[in-house]
Design a protein. Structure first.
Lengths: 289, 289
């Protein structure tokens, strides 16, 4: 079984539009949206949920007001400034609480509860392009790395069940916790970038991260015609660092038109973009063999 | 006042708006890049960096001669960062959240503070005395909030001696790093684009940031693209649209060359000057509410 993840470093370079098209182009695969924070792939694929489960992760501290003697130990010990005082009452701000249990442990009155946190939901769905595993964290929630690994594990189970040999993942922007969690054991990272100073800067960091985790990198320059000089800089960088160049795509308003129609770019008839995207996908698959 | 520029979806124009506002801002200002995974603001403001230092998280180091394997520390740790394996207490530094619980709870004083590198904190200036701060996450480091807190701490120190306005370039998404970035600001400026992806993530951002209880304003970037959903939502929720930036290839090309968009034409400069005034007016209204 092979796993491909589409990432970018910088947000908004076209990860999801391309992931949707790749999902259309490849018959047998499991689709997996690993951007659990601000997922968008479901907008194009209109999944019908077959299975749903709560994502419960970690705990949060809650002061039991009747027991609290306002001694202030919790506020002294908390490294996250999560304890605040309002009207002489100690409170814990849920958005700042890290769930470390230090205040619970040191409270002399045993006045702090530590319930588990319900952080979001995850789903297995059917789409017109096949089975999709996805999730939505609740606003402000944390621990997206753990949710990402749950999704990947579920995707592998589904792939075995259905006998598909490919898992296609749409990743998150950045280089932090969710991206790190989505890289381990991945065969190929397809990095979508754009010919801007931010595009190159962020590509370098995410490619370094992939190298750190020994994941092979393939690069697509989206909207390459916006700045051909900057595109050349990106291509030079890739050649020097042995990252594969799998093709460039021009800027095309059709991408937004497709999105508004809730279609992927390869579903748009008579489009040059569709053909070019097909070639890029063939290049990506060739790297897996 | 402290303004944070956030978006939900990546690539909608946070950095474009932050750099432009910082450039046209008339009063003393500190521009802060809190997108520590992929900071880009420096690529446009081109600050002269005067101070650069590594920042660290406090993690435990075991003194084996003192440890009695009592497991009080490992029972407390919520992050599987310290565990007894066989006859040894082992630490897993990359899992540690730096809560200090194990150090405080050890009855044998067998744990001493060590450190894990989080990244780099840079300080500098641009455009005659405007200040610049940036956090740059170490590639391979998973946790962003600790570094963001260090950047904020430095900001507070700067503000101690000299009150200034602050503009924060926040990370994309709506989970813990994004909330951490906008939490302590006086106003949240949401940058969106009128596409299905942009609108979907904009709603998530609105849901996520509403409980913080700070005034919010909206900048619609690439207006004219996509559909009308963003406008209808803003009207329904009473969210003021403080500026629109037209969808224009010349702007995209300017950005791709590393230019500050407000400097591309006098028309754009006026738009951002008007936005700066509208933001200050929001601050006054909130102050007198």
């Amino acid at each position: 079984m092979r796993e491909i993840i589409v990432i970018s470093g910088k947000g908004g370079t076209g990860k999801t539009s391309l992931s949707g098209a790749f999902a259309h182009l490849n018959r047998d695969k499991i689709i997996c949206d690993l951007d659990v924070d601000a997922p968008d792939l479901h907008i194009l694929l209109a999944p019908k949920v077959i299975f749903e489960e709560k994502f419960i992760s970690g705990n949060e501290a809650v002061i039991i007001q009747d027991k609290c003697q306002a001694c202030g130990v919790c506020a002294e010990m908390c490294r996250y400034n999560a304890v605040s005082i309002r009207d002489e009452r100690y409170m814990i701000e849920p958005l700042r609480c890290e769930g470390c249990k230090v205040c619970v442990t040191f409270c002399p009155e045993e006045a702090i509860d530590f319930p588990s946190r319900y952080c979001g939901n995850w789903y297995v769905s059917s789409t017109r392009f096949g089975t999709m595993v996805h999730a939505q964290l609740f606003p402000g929630a944390e621990n997206s790395g753990r949710l990402v690994s749950i999704l990947r594990q579920k995707a592998r189970e589904k792939a075995k069940e259905e006998g598909s040999d490919l898992i296609l993942c749409d990743g998150a922007p950045g280089i932090g916790c969710p991206v790190i969690s989505s890289l381990s054991g991945t065969d190929l990272a397809v990095v979508v970038t754009e010919p801007t100073p931010s595009g190159l800067h962020d590509l370098q960091r995410v490619a370094d991260l992939c190298s750190y985790f020994k994941v092979r990198v393939a690069v697509i320059v989206n909207k390459f015609d916006l700045n051909p000089e900057q595109t050349s800089l990106i291509e030079d960088y890739c050649r020097k660092n042995n990252h594969e160049l799998v093709g460039n795509l021009p800027h095309d308003d059709m991408v937004t038109k497709a999105m508004v129609e809730r279609k992927v770019i390869t579903e748009m008839k008579d489009s040059n973009m569709a053909k070019m995207t097909g070639n890029i996908w063939a290049n990506v698959l060739a790297l897996l063999n | 006042m402290i303004i944070s520029v956030a978006s939900g979806k990546g690539g909608t124009g946070k950095t474009t708006v932050t750099a432009s506002l910082a450039a046209v801002w008339k009063k003393p200002i500190v521009a802060v890049d809190l997108d520590v995974e992929e900071p880009n603001l420096h690529l446009f403001l081109k600050p002269e960096i005067t101070n650069e230092e590594k920042t660290y998280l406090e993690i435990p180091v075991v003194d084996k001669s003192r440890c009695t394997l009592c497991r009080i520390c490992s029972d407390l740790c919520q992050f599987q960062a310290i565990k007894v394996m066989g006859e040894t207490l082992l630490t897993f530094p990359e899992m540690c959240h730096g809560c200090g619980g194990c150090l405080a709870v050890c009855p044998e004083k067998a744990l001493t503070p060590g450190k894990r590198e989080l990244g780099t904190l840079s300080q500098g200036s641009f455009a005659d005395n405007k200040l610049f701060l940036m956090g740059l996450l170490r590639v391979g480091e998973a946790m962003t909030p600790p570094l963001m807190e260090q950047v904020k701490k430095r900001l507070l120190k700067i503000m101690e001696n000299n009150r200034k306005d602050v503009i924060i370039d926040a990370p994309p998404g709506v989970s813990c790093p994004a909330v951490c970035a906008v939490m302590d600001s006086d106003m949240i400026l949401l940058v969106t684009e009128p596409t299905p992806f942009g609108f979907h993530d904009f709603k998530l951002a609105w849901e996520s940031f509403s409980p913080i209880g700070k005034p919010m304003g909206v900048v619609v970037n690439r207006s004219g693209l996509g559909d009308e959903s963003v406008y209808a939502f803003c009207e329904e929720k009473g969210l003021p649209i403080l500026a629109s930036i037209p969808y224009d290839r010349a702007i995209a090309q300017g950005y791709s060359k590393g230019h500050v968009v407000a400097r591309l034409s006098s028309e754009l400069e006026n738009r951002f000057s008007d936005l700066a005034l509208a933001i200050q007016a929001c601050d006054c209204e909130a102050g007198h509410a």
